[in-house]
Ligand binder design. Structure first.
Ligand SMILES: *[C@@H]1O[C@H](CO)[C@@H](O)[C@H](O)[C@H]1NC(C)=O
Ligand SMILES: *[C@@H]1O[C@H](CO)[C@@H](O)[C@H](O)[C@H]1NC(C)=O
Ligand SMILES: *[C@@H]1O[C@H](CO)[C@@H](O)[C@H](O)[C@H]1NC(C)=O
Length: 615
């Protein structure tokens, strides 16, 4: 139901749409929530940077971006009949942050979410997210000073005057319910103005915001005619705007592949004589272009004279054993998918039922690993899966997390498997050893308005694993490379002291005093291995205990390409905001006084350099 085309295939001019409904930036609070794959994972900083870059990218093409889903829409069960209960500090530090970054990127529009009721402990009583004065007028248009417009998610508007007064500017797609022929806006809004329920000024404000976005993107002049209806794609003009995107997508596929295990240099491949390929995930996709690893591997294998044998079934264990046994190496592909609130996929109603690989993936891996002592597991999944059944199997010599890579899935994978791209991707979430290791579980039962208490507060994903001292299987930020990197010479300079802050009021959370860089962290990164490659160094802060924050908080990352033997200085700039916590009493960002640790590492747990700053 949503045109979440952040992959941007059709966003190159001529632009057929005024608004692209993305980026999606709800956090991976629950590991099996159905729409996690659309967002940036389990960390607000990471999601915020993705939001900033995606908004910038979409809007550079002439289309308006739409930051969604505002706010606290972190699971699909009961997404239109639940009340998310989130404390004020957690709201600011986790869930609001990606929207703050979107506003900083000049996002044209924000979409309010389905979650019918939303309530914030100590702030407001529950009210619909598209008519929530606190979140729309208060946080978004007030604290963040957002000057664009708020549109509803499809049929997430539940009133006219109340919604408009609370900050809703546009109701989408316009009718009250699907093809009802009635609307909360239109004549209803005229009546509300005539009866004094909605002020004329508010209507002017609403129209100004919508037109401001239109002018921001230059859509008032030379904009191509709308020529396509996503609801009836068979009609309208079909213009191929893909250009050279295949090669870009292939590069992105390779760069986002995460190597989780690689015993004794199993990968990259060096001219194997025989390869077995097992699993439906390696096959082509009857419904579109995503897939085809078996074709891509077979094409590449010919260069080395390698013989490829495949069994593209998830359930034919005899076929799997035959394809795997006696081969130099066997690749077994396993998958996990999910739906959306209104889409049930293979018995999974929106959210995933559990964290298991689908179609008996564990049994398939077990069968292949029993038959081949050099088994590589390739995972295509919408989020974390439980890998415990085989992760430490002695015959599973490599694990490749291939995510949801898109049309060049096969070619991007080949680039990693054969070493033309040294893997550099990192997990945007934690892979735990069991479902109960995560701090949050899906709410799957209830009636009426179902409360979804965010009782874990700040402690989602690695913040929880760190806080509760639980060893993850693979931690947030983890990923292996074909080369090695050395970190040295950490230097921290600058200070958060001084300056004058803006008083509370409109836009106070975007105060330059908060966001201007004041601290610089530098270190030397050296490629000490045997191949050229990219490293993703990460910066985490550890606030003083008095702040009651998580032990480690991502506040910076970079991707740095280095040839063998090369060194470079990597630099991170930190702002006062990066050191701040939300003060629920004074309703402003405060820097906790004391010593804040600053660590640089290759993952959230692989710390290479440690320093600190006293605030
Ligand atoms: C919330 O609602 C209850 C019951 O209607 C009311 O007593 C209370 O004052 C309200 N609190 C706020 C902060 O609006
Ligand atoms: C590993 O694979 C070999 C076949 O190459 C098999 O003989 C052996 O039993 C397997 N090991 C395990 C633990 O399954
Ligand atoms: C690697 O880093 C350490 C400090 O983290 C430093 O002592 C050592 O000299 C470095 N080695 C190389 C080869 O750069």
């Amino acid at each position: 139901m949503h045109i979440s085309a952040i992959a941007g295939k059709w966003l190159i001019l001529p632009v057929p749409a005024h608004v692209a409904l993305g980026p999606m930036m709800n956090l991976m609070r629950v590991p099996n929530a159905g729409r996690n794959w659309e967002g940036g994972g389990g960390d607000p900083f990471l999601s915020g940077e993705l939001a900033f870059e995606t908004v910038t990218g979409i809007q550079s093409s002439g289309a308006q971006a739409c930051a969604k889903h505002y706010i606290n829409n972190e699971q699909e069960h009961f997404r239109d009949s639940s009340s998310s209960i989130v404390d004020d500090r957690t709201q600011h530090e986790l869930y609001l942050h990606p929207f703050l970054r979107s506003v900083q990127a000049n996002v044209a529009s924000v979409m309010c979410s389905y979650s019918e009721y939303f309530s914030c402990v100590a702030i407001i009583n529950g009210s619909f997210s598209c008519e929530n004065d606190k979140t729309l007028n208060g946080l978004l248009k007030g604290e963040l000073g957002f000057q664009g417009y708020v549109m509803s998610d499809w049929w997430a508007t539940h009133s006219g005057a109340s919604a408009v007064n609370a900050g809703l500017d546009m109701t989408m797609p316009g009718d009250e319910t699907y093809e009802s022929g009635t609307t909360y806006f239109g004549q209803n809004l005229i009546n509300a103005v005539n009866s004094g329920q909605v002020s004329q000024d508010r209507i002017t404000d609403l129209a100004t915001r919508i037109l401001a976005a239109w002018y921001l993107l230059g859509q008032d002049s030379g904009f191509p005619a709308v020529n396509f209806d996503s609801w009836t794609p068979s009609q309208g003009q079909h213009i191929d705007v893909s250009g050279s995107h295949a090669s870009l997508i292939r590069t992105i596929d390779a760069a986002s592949t995460v190597l989780l295990k690689n015993v004794d240099g199993t990968l990259p491949l060096s001219k194997p004589k025989t390869i077995g390929i097992i699993g439906n995930g390696a096959g082509s996709n009857s419904q579109g272009p995503n897939g085809g690893p078996v074709d891509a591997i077979t094409t590449r294998a010919k260069q080395d004279g390698t013989t490829v044998t495949s069994s593209l079934s998830d359930t034919d264990l005899t076929g799997a054993a035959n394809a795997a046994s006696g081969k130099d190496i066997a690749f077994v592909f396993i998958t996990a998918d999910s739906g959306e609130g209104y889409i049930t996929v293979e018995g999974n109603a929106g959210d995933r039922n559990d964290l298991s690989a689908w179609h008996g993936g564990d049994a398939l891996v077990a069968q292949v690993a029993k038959s081949n002592k050099n088994t590589v597991v390739v995972v295509n999944s919408v989020g974390p899966i439980n890998t415990e059944a085989w992760v430490n199997h002695p015959n599973v010599t490599a694990i490749v997390w291939s995510g949801v890579p898109g049309q060049e899935a096969g070619n991007g994978l080949v680039d990693v498997l054969y070493g033309s791209y040294s893997p550099s991707g990192r997990l945007p979430f934690t892979i735990g050893k069991s479902t109960s290791d995560y701090s949050t579980q899906l709410v799957t039962s209830g009636s009426g308005i179902v409360p979804i208490p965010y009782n874990e507060g700040l402690f989602i994903d690695y913040r929880h694993f760190d806080q509760a001292n639980i060893a993850p299987r693979f931690e947030f930020g983890f990923g292996l490379s074909y080369t090695t990197f050395n970190y040295s010479n950490l230097k921290i300079s600058g200070s958060t002291a001084g300056g004058t802050r803006q008083p509370n009021g409109p836009g106070a959370s975007l105060d330059p005093w908060l966001h201007d860089p004041v601290v610089t962290v530098t270190f030397t990164l050296t490629n000490t291995g045997q191949v050229d490659g990219m490293e993703i160094p990460q910066l985490y802060t550890s606030p003083p205990a008095s702040a009651k924050s998580a032990p480690n908080n991502l506040k910076g990352f970079d991707s740095v390409f280095l040839a063998v033997g090369a060194s470079t200085t990597v630099s991170f700039e930190l702002s006062r905001y990066d050191f701040s916590v939300w003060n629920v009493v004074s309703q402003q960002w405060d820097i906790p006084s004391g010593v804040t640790g600053v660590s640089i590492g290759a993952s959230s747990r692989d710390v290479r350099l440690k320093g600190s700053i006293t605030n």
